[in-house]
Design a protein around this ligand. Structure first.
Ligand code: THU
Length: 134
């Protein structure tokens, strides 16, 4: 249930990890925190590379770390970016979320002013390509 999600904790984590972002090229740090069904939270920041295309977004970093930590069943995602309006996740990250989460996954994004946007994964990525098609 969305009401049971500790959003403030998630946004605190996303804000904290955002400070670790490796963004010498874009200067656009992003933080993301994923809540799992067992109550654990896994955070990620964007990590850029001199070969620009190797950049890993904050959201994908968090999901990859969750896999490495043996976490299953993501139940909520919080994102923090310093933009005039809250910033939605990129298309690649939406597809990675769809690999692990149900369509109803709530995703919230805040800027540093505290403005918030709320989405479901299904809104962000309708007609997702999933293992069901394989
Ligand atoms: N970025 C993310 O971390 N997440 C997104 O959903 C959008 C973009 C990063 C990638 C790159 O390091 C910087 O933001 C600018 O695109």
């Amino acid at each position: 249930m969305a009401e049971d999600i500790p959003w403030e904790r998630l946004f605190e984590e996303a804000t904290r990890v955002r400070q670790r972002a490796h963004v010498p090229y874009s200067r656009f740090p992003v933080g993301a925190a994923v809540l799992y069904a067992d109550g654990s939270v896994v955070a990620g920041c964007n990590v850029e590379n001199a070969t620009y295309g190797l950049t890993v977004c904050a959201e994908r970093g968090a999901f990859a770390a969750g896999v490495a930590q043996g976490r299953a069943s993501p139940v909520a995602v919080a994102i923090v970016v310093d933009t005039p309006e809250p910033c939605p996740p990129c298309g690649m990250c939406r597809q990675v979320m769809a690999e692990f989460a149900r369509p109803g996954l709530p995703v919230r994004s805040r800027n540093l002013k505290g403005d918030e946007a709320r989405y479901s994964l299904a809104e962000l990525l309708p007609h997702a390509f999933t293992r069901d098609f394989l």
